[in-house]
Ligand binder design. Structure first.
Ligand code: GLV
Ligand code: MN
Ligand code: MN
Length: 423
């Protein structure tokens, strides 16, 4: 990779149609639309299925090849002169329960627009160019986030995830089977197979680009993460008659645990990220002492040693704080930090520069499917600004211009990686 940006690459970037991309984004935003302007399109739900069906329809109208693997990762291929590994581009279509209109789906639709731009510019490519929509990136419903890209990368077999119970009580195996059954006419393909490169466009989900008046970040790395579920067993009793002394109140034990974890995770440099995002109490009645409580921990850091050290102290911290209640700590997801290869970062940066966009390099605080794809092939990411740095929020917004800018940088980068040439 030589970081060149040829006239051909510039012509594909020029063929990106801002209005078409925006119209596609807004059409997808209607699927799972919330009354507050956001989107609830969680993984492997009916809404996720509807989004898949819409994308498949658009792909078939344009004559692209559609296929799906055992993890329900959806692929749309524009063939190359040569068969073999593709240049893979995309992101995810699932959302948070109170998600926005751009997280994930923007990357899939920017990738799809790149295929269309190659057609519009009358170019062929040496290698196939393939859009991917990965399954269950968010982890909001099934806590094993990035299920699809982990399975595709060969890091864990999809079977490892099948028993996962969703936040709504549905088993992942059933939801996956239902999603696959909804598109019986889509050809099945084997999991994996690798790629020449994987490039994922995404909103930044942070404030840096907007604050700097920049359009593009070439992403250098993704910080690592450890997720846990903490289950605390207490003892139910009457709220009015049971003395305070000697109670085994599972919610109070959860409170003590979270306070102890706050102390453990305290970081004056503000590099550690620590979030308790979900808490459940049983029997959840105002006048019964809680018999059980559970909560989630989302802990992130760019340094693998800190993840190992602090993460290794979570269980003991919680067990001590929750006594006399019993505790089970389950690690539900582990993601090691990833560095993207310099040639990919440089190619994205060069494409953005050649197109006249303000560009910088940024690490990612959020995780992405690119973290796992990077274990199987050279990978990189393109960030565009989002208003106020807001994400995982119904008000998430990116301008049509910035959405198109990210797609143009992707298109130029793909043209170089896939060997675009006049037909
Ligand atoms: C991705 O959705 C993340 O939580 O980083
Ligand atoms: Mn995302
Ligand atoms: Mn997200």
């Amino acid at each position: 990779m030589s970081s060149q940006v040829s006239d051909i690459a510039m012509s594909v970037a020029g063929a990106i149609d801002e209005d078409r991309l925006w119209a596609n984004l807004m059409a997808m935003a209607e699927i799972g639309a919330r009354s507050d302007g956001g989107v609830n399109r969680q993984a492997l739900t009916r809404e996720d299925g509807d989004a898949r069906a819409l994308l498949i329809g658009w792909a078939r109208e344009r004559g692209y090849d559609v296929s799906v693997d055992a993890a329900a990762n959806l692929f749309i291929q524009r063939r190359g002169r040569e068969a073999g590994q593709p240049v893979l581009i995309g992101s995810h279509m699932d959302s948070q329960p109170a998600g926005g209109r751009f997280d994930g789906i923007y990357g899939v639709l920017a990738a799809f627009e790149t295929l269309v731009a190659l057609d519009a510019a009358s170019l062929e490519t040496r290698h196939p160019v393939e859009v991917v929509a990965w399954t269950n990136e968010e982890g909001g419903r099934f806590a094993c986030g990035c299920t699809g890209s982990i399975a595709w990368s060969g890091l864990q077999p999809v079977e490892d995830f099948l028993g996962e119970v969703g936040a709504d009580g549905v088993i992942l195996a059933d939801a996956l089977a239902e999603t696959l059954a909804a598109t019986p006419d889509v050809p099945k393909r084997s999991l994996g197979g690798g790629a020449i490169a994987y490039i994922e466009p995404h909103i930044e989900q942070g404030p840096v680009l907007e604050a700097g008046g920049l359009q593009i970040a070439a992403v250098t790395s993704i910080q690592g993460l450890r997720w846990y579920r903490v289950d605390i067993a207490g003892s139910a009793g009457h709220a009015g008659t049971t003395p305070m002394q000697g109670r085994e109140d599972a919610f109070q034990a959860a409170l003590r645990s979270v306070q102890a974890l706050n102390t453990l995770m305290d970081d004056p440099a503000d590099t550690v990220r620590f979030t308790v995002g979900r808490i459940n109490v049983e029997p959840n009645s105002p006048n019964t002492i809680p018999s059980s409580a559970s909560f989630t921990i989302d802990f992130r850091h760019p340094d693998a040693d800190v993840l190992a050290d602090l993460g290794g102290r979570v269980e003991r911290c919680v067990v001590e704080a929750a006594a006399p209640c019993g505790v089970t700590v389950t690690e539900t997801s582990t993601m090691a930090p990833a560095m993207f290869p310099e040639p990919v970062v440089a190619q994205i940066e060069a494409s953005a520069g050649a197109l006249g966009f303000g560009v910088t390099r940024l690490p990612s605080g959020a995780f992405h499917d690119a973290l796992f794809a990077s274990k199987a092939c050279p990978s990189g990411m393109i960030f565009i600004p989002c208003r106020g740095g807001l994400s995982h929020h119904p008000d998430e917004y990116a301008t049509p211009f910035d959405c198109a800018a990210g797609a143009r940088v992707l298109a130029a980068t793909v043209a170089e990686l896939a060997g675009a040439a006049p037909r």
